[in-house]
Write a protein that binds this ligand. Structure first.
Ligand code: PLP
Length: 372
């Protein structure tokens, strides 16, 4: 198995701890353990529970308690439909690795986090991008989608809310995607890791329950501000979960016991509500700074306001390569930004705004020095 380089993750892994200003992150400012527990009604008791947790192997598919909390987020799901994974990254890996064989075709709604594309290639499958259309508010053209399916289409990968655009698909669009997938018998893999990070309004509706061949992946790295827990999950039909669990014996076996305990705590309904409120507050507080900066550049910059996620997909005019801009920012200004090229699209930069306002203002001032 030869796996291609995952450009976005390499860029972040190598540099994120060696810059002054990092806007390559797509989630909100992570919690400290103190902040997380203090946010609860009984911080002392919670801390006590953590101190008393025996640091053995957890139940490797996830504790019953944790899987029950996760199942409760998906209408009609039960614990047998849930596998706990090491981040949404392991969830995505296990699904693609398990489902794809040489000769299979995958349709990926792009731009998208490029993990499925990379694993598909490593499995000998062929990935075809279905480009989301800016003029449709970063939604797909369903007629184009219909023309792309074939009996060999095994998997359709969608990220909703979308990374990098922050767009959310309408219910009608979700139905349309499910109908087309059903025509060719393909699985839908919906990466919903940004659900809960909506700036306004309701949570993004899940693909779960929209058709029989749906797999939903998510985790606590983005909307929950807990990427360091490395907590994710797969929600799928029980038979598929059995297979993914069995594949997990070869990857991480299980997620750490402390992460289990903290995730059980954070997913309790009241606590989850508090966490999402914090996330929204951060997003609402910071986004206007980014929006006003973009507007201030007239026709040189553009974006469609993100509905969710702490990211904006900012288009710029001119022919400069996005990686060249990102590298200059890194090397000369000690700023880490994500170039559009890492999503297969030139003329864009992904800017994370989930930290704090001053951090964002300082970053944008340095971007000005390089771009304008
Ligand atoms: C769409 C998407 N899926 C999965 C991941 C990986 O998430 P995790 O940190 O939960 O492994 C990311 C990280 O940026 C992402 O953007």
């Amino acid at each position: 198995m030869r796996i291609p380089r995952f450009e976005l993750e390499r860029w972040q892994s190598v540099w994120e701890n060696f810059v002054e200003l990092n806007v390559s992150e797509s989630g909100v400012k992570p919690y400290t353990l103190r902040e997380l527990l203090q946010d609860s009604s009984e911080p002392e008791q919670e801390l006590g529970r953590l101190m008393d947790a025996r640091l053995g192997y957890p139940q490797t598919d996830g504790s019953e308690a944790l899987r029950a909390r996760i199942a409760a987020l998906y209408p009609g799901a039960e614990t047998a439909n849930v596998l706990v994974t090491c981040g949404c990254a392991e969830a995505n890996f296990l699904v693609a690795w398990n489902l794809l064989s040489p000769g299979d075709e995958v349709i990926i709604l792009q731009p998208n986090y490029m993990q499925i594309a990379g694993v598909a290639e490593a499995c000998g499958a062929t990935a075809h991008p279905l480009w989301l259309r800016e003029e449709l508010g970063w939604a797909p053209d369903l007629d184009e989608f219909r023309r792309m399916i074939s009996p060999r289409t095994k998997l359709i990968a969608v990220c909703n809310p979308n990374n990098p655009t922050g767009a959310v698909l309408s219910g009608e669009m979700i139905t349309g995607i499910c109908d087309i997938a059903a025509q060719c018998g393909a699985w839908i893999l919906a990466d919903e890791v940004y659900c809960g990070a909506e700036l306004e309004g309701d949570l993004t509706p899940t693909f779960w329950g929209r058709s029989e061949r749906v797999i939903c992946n998510a985790g606590m790295s983005k909307a929950y501000g807990l990427p360091g827990l490395r907590m994710g999950w797969i929600v799928a039909p029980a038979g598929q979960i059995e297979q993914f669990w069995s594949a997990k014996d070869y990857t991480t076996i299980g997620v750490s016991m402390l992460s289990h305990k903290l995730a059980e705590f954070a997913l309790a309904p009241k606590q989850r509500e508090r966490i999402f409120e914090r996330t929204r507050q951060i997003l609402r507080e910071n986004y206007p700074t980014l929006r006003d900066w973009i507007r201030g550049h007239g026709t040189s910059l553009r974006h469609i306001p993100p509905r969710a996620g702490a990211i904006a997909w900012v288009g710029y005019t001119g022919s400069r390569k996005s990686e060249e801009i990102a590298e200059e920012l890194r090397a000369k200004k000690r700023v880490l930004i994500v170039p559009g090229a890492h999503f297969g699209m030139e003329g864009f930069l992904r800017i994370g705004y989930g930290y704090d306002r001053q951090h964002l203002k300082d970053t944008l001032a340095r971007v000005d020095e390089v771009m304008f």
